[in-house]
Design a protein around this ligand. Sequence first.
Ligand code: ADP
Ligand code: MG
Length: 870
Amino acid sequence: MATYTPMIQQYLQVKADYQDAFLFFRLGDFYEMFFDDAISASQELEITLTSREGGGEERIPMCGVPYHSAAQYIERLIERGYKVAICEQTEDPKQAKGVVKREVVQLITPGTMMEGKGLNEKENNFIAVISQFDGEIYGFVYCDLSTGEMKGTLLKGDFDIVLNELALSGAREVVLDNEFDANWQTKIRERTGATISFESDTEFKSVYSRLLTNSPNEELSTTAARLLNYLYRTQKRNLDHLQALDSYELQQFMKIDYFSKRNLELTETIRSKAKKGSLLWLLDETKTAMGGRLLKQWIDRPLLQESEIVRRQTLVETFITNYFERQDIREKLKEVYDLERLAGRVAFGNVNARDLVQLKRSLLQVPFIQTAIAGMNTKEAHAIMERLDPCEEIVDMLERSLSENPPLSLKDGNLIQDGYNEQLDQYRDASRNGKTWIAQLEREEREKTGIKSLKVGYNRVFGYYIEVTKANLHLLKEGQYERKQTLTNAERFITPELKEKEALILQAEEKSVDLEYELFTEIREYVKEFIPRLQALAKTISEIDVLQCFATISEERHYVKPNFSSERTMLIKDGRHPVVEKVMNAQEYVPNDCYLDQNRELLLITGPNMSGKSTYMRQVALTAILAQIGCFVPASEATLPIFDQVFTRIGAADDLIAGQSTFMVEMLEANHAIANATSDSLILFDEIGRGTSTYDGMSLAQAIIEYIHDKIGAKTLFSTHYHELTVLEEELNHLKNVHVSAIEQNGKVVFLHKIKEGAADKSYGIHVAQLANLPSELISRANEILQSFEQQQEYRENEQGQGEKQKAESVKEISQLSFFEEQEQDKKVNHQLTTKEKQIVNKIKNIDILDMTPMQAMNILYELHKKVKN
Ligand code: ADP
Ligand code: MG
């Protein structure tokens, strides 16, 4: 190291403390990166890699980005989960003896981003911390640095619970102890993709007491302290906007594990991970960024407490009834700026005058919103109105001080109104007077010299000057003005008087710009005192926003207010899948009822592919969730139990996230549901057991159904393609068969998407193939084969004297719901067939129709067709 130049030595010293971050090292107008940082950054950012002499044996790799456009590069790195340490020059290079002093002023990480495109305005950006304590206890706290919210809870049990909570929070960064179990670190990365950071300091500093007064126990306080220490250490600035820890218990909310949340597409779709197509997308009629974030939080955590659900419902109803007031509120909400994030930037000290003008405009909407709510006549509405704090003091201050359209920059003046500060007014007068004097001078000099085109101008280098065109120079007396600059067709002059005035004007302008900046910082400090009140206001406004949003959607889409049943009865009349209905056009959607009670706990749903089984199951779960977040539901009438948990498992073939051993995942998830569900839970098992062979799959499916029926008693919707399971209705009292019907019209199958009582009786696979436009010749051949199989089956049944009853009991003699009966029967068929026919039958037998794309089906049929024809 000794051979490196002093600057490189300085670089290496700083870098030693920030091994896991890109070090942006300020050199003049650039941030430079060296060594390995430079190599990776040049790849990640697609910028040119160069090198420089640094005193060592080899040239040092180097790349850099201009200071003024650094933000976009930083954002890109953060987006990809990296951290960036910003190292600035902390002394004036002109005054420096030796190498300019440099220091890291901020570590920017995925979880601590405060601004930029990477920060979606309708999404929180959380950073989480996990601490481990004896006896499988974990402290879990997460915080949004941009809004100041901080929530936390103690989790007991195995690490999966922590992982689940972490995944639900959506945190992009997790802070851990240095010693934290390496396997778990890997799990965290795999499951959530979060960036991992370390902080071992859990000391409770006195500044934290304000934040942790609500902390229910020592463990949670230490956990939060670890996070706070990390934030103070890396951000190195004022964090006065952080809000007191909001401690919660998992038992307060409906539990929806991460996989179920994904399966139900609550906040993003499975396929594209986009908001569009999710429940959140459907519901989002919020008008403010804060409301958008709260809506997501509400969807993430449906309630269990009936009184609170009913309070929300009442407010939604109030907003629906008062249509005009609601429209008024929506208009006003549009004008409300992101007060939460603004409060954060006030604390950080990086708000500009335009932000504060927007703050003022936002606050000016509050009295209007109050008036609109005052016109509504429920006590719940009035209670919310009273919580609205218009923060008049801030409005008053900002109205008096800030100019209406201030510039972005704080260093160019024009921030402050006339009349706000006497000294500033004097400077401005001086500069204005000076300018009037100059205008007058121009007039006088024109008269004196008789040169009409003479003008007084200004530039940064020469200041004020008198300009005379070459053609008119002869009209000037010798030595009348002092020559300053020659242009192609004009000369510029100055006079001592002009320079004197100029000094006065410039001085006044400089002083006034400085003073304006000073006054602005004072105003900012003043606003800072109001951060807690602004945050409280932000909360109330976001709540109003989400409630008006529920009202708007519920009215527009004809939702009804659900009632809650203490008898665990569920009655949904004309229920719809909220998102599918919206996407496909409401008229085409076929509504369906769902009835469950204490004697009817499990529905076994059969029906051909594409008939609407999965959609039906999801719509029931979404209805329950909508009800428990306080929204109305897509039905004409609804009574629901309050569910403590919702579990969903979607069969392997429908599970679009491929790659993993799907059957294993399926079983793990099924186990998770079975181990945790109670009689108050809702379970959706969609074609479970599909990921393995028929025998395995069907036995498991039956065993799972029996277990839920006998041991758990949870409300369960179980769809299956194992038709044989429908006989369970006879043995299990609380299980009922339902099916999704389809009819044949002119030899074609038409899906009615209508749920009916009883089991489905026929598979429509061949008809589906017909719908997919397979050659008609081929379809009729398939029909022939099917008929011959059916005849064989009848023959066999008659011969063996098997009636319907016996067939029902023989459920353990397993075969899959398909037109091609298996095993035993096949043997019988086969010995009457020619070898070629056998080959074809075998080929058909080995097809897993449920697991095929239409294209694959086409190909196989094409092959078969060829064989038959030859
Ligand atoms: P399955 O699970 O039985 O294979 P899906 O639930 O996936 O069937 O539904 C297949 C398609 O049928 C869906 O993509 C949807 O477009 C349509 N569908 C489902 N339910 C309905 C309904 N109630 N009304 C109208 N169309 C529906
Ligand atoms: Mg399905």
